[in-house]
Design a protein around this ligand. Structure first.
Ligand code: HEM
Ligand code: HEM
Length: 188
């Protein structure tokens, strides 16, 4: 039987592309109060994130039989925590840009991506709706930051408590490099 010990290349690539875009847009979002000129850039990156997140979820479904098994034993609290955090991250990477899009429409604007195209207008202008969607957008963005923190703590806990380095599982390196590293480690 083929031993699957790391994520397929497409999953790893999308993981890191989205990690950079999401964390970057979180930071830009928190800078908006002091620099409104960043709003068009923030919306454009967010629309790219929404597209990439959709591709990521579809690709994850396509690859579901080629994933490495969890390093946590099924049914343990660590296994449950891992699943809850991962699924919540998937939900938020779709929900946050969607809420931003709706908030923009409710404020009476179209959501444009780098001036190249605009998303369809889904809700009509409403001051109250715009306020609540803005609040939800902000709240879910804070939720994302907390979950990313927990996600990092999880990886760190594997390293410190179990002496397991799980990072190579999600690195988009050619298999050759990882196999070489494995052989070297087994020799030591
Ligand atoms: C916004 C930032 C991030 C998001 C949204 C995110 C999301 C995810 C998701 C959803 C998975 C599960 C993949 C699956 O099974 O479908 C995953 C796996 C993983 N992520 Fe992240 N991630 C982020 C940042 C990071 C960072 C900065 C690290 C660095 C330590 C990291 C390390 C990992 C590792 C090691 C795995 C594989 C876990 C395993 O062994 O199964 N992630 N990530
Ligand atoms: C995908 C990743 C996204 C992240 C992580 C994100 C995050 C944030 C954050 C942290 C803020 C500041 C909230 C605050 O300080 O209370 C913000 C504000 C905002 N975002 Fe996003 N956002 C994303 C996508 C989008 C998209 C796609 C749009 C619209 C097309 C958008 C439109 C807005 C608007 C209009 C504001 C100002 C909200 C207000 O003044 O109430 N965002 N975003």
């Amino acid at each position: 039987m083929k031993h699957i010990y790391r994520y397929p290349f497409s999953i790893s690539m999308l993981h890191w592309l989205l990690a950079v875009a999401l964390i970057g847009n979180l930071i830009i979002g928190w800078m908006l109060d002091d620099n409104e000129d960043l709003l068009a850039l923030h919306k454009s990156i967010g629309i790219v994130v929404l597209g990439l997140a959709l591709v990521r979820v579809l690709n994850r479904l396509r690859m579901r039989n080629l994933l490495p098994p969890s390093t946590n034993a099924a049914g343990t609290p660590a296994y449950l925590a891992e699943k809850v955090v991962h699924y919540s991250l998937y939900v938020l990477m779709l929900a946050i840009p969607l809420l931003g899009w709706l908030k923009t429409n409710a404020a009476g604007h179209v959501a444009s991506c780098f001036g190249l195209f605009s998303l369809p207008t889904l809700v009509s202008k409403s001051h109250e709706l715009s306020h609540w969607l803005g609040q939800l957008h902000s709240l879910t963005a804070y939720g994302l930051a907390v979950l990313v923190g927990l996600h990092l703590l999880g990886a760190l806990a594997h390293r410190l408590l179990k002496s397991e380095n799980i990072l190579p599982r999600i690195l988009p390196l050619p298999t050759r490099v990882l196999q070489h590293r494995r052989v070297a480690r087994d020799r030591d």
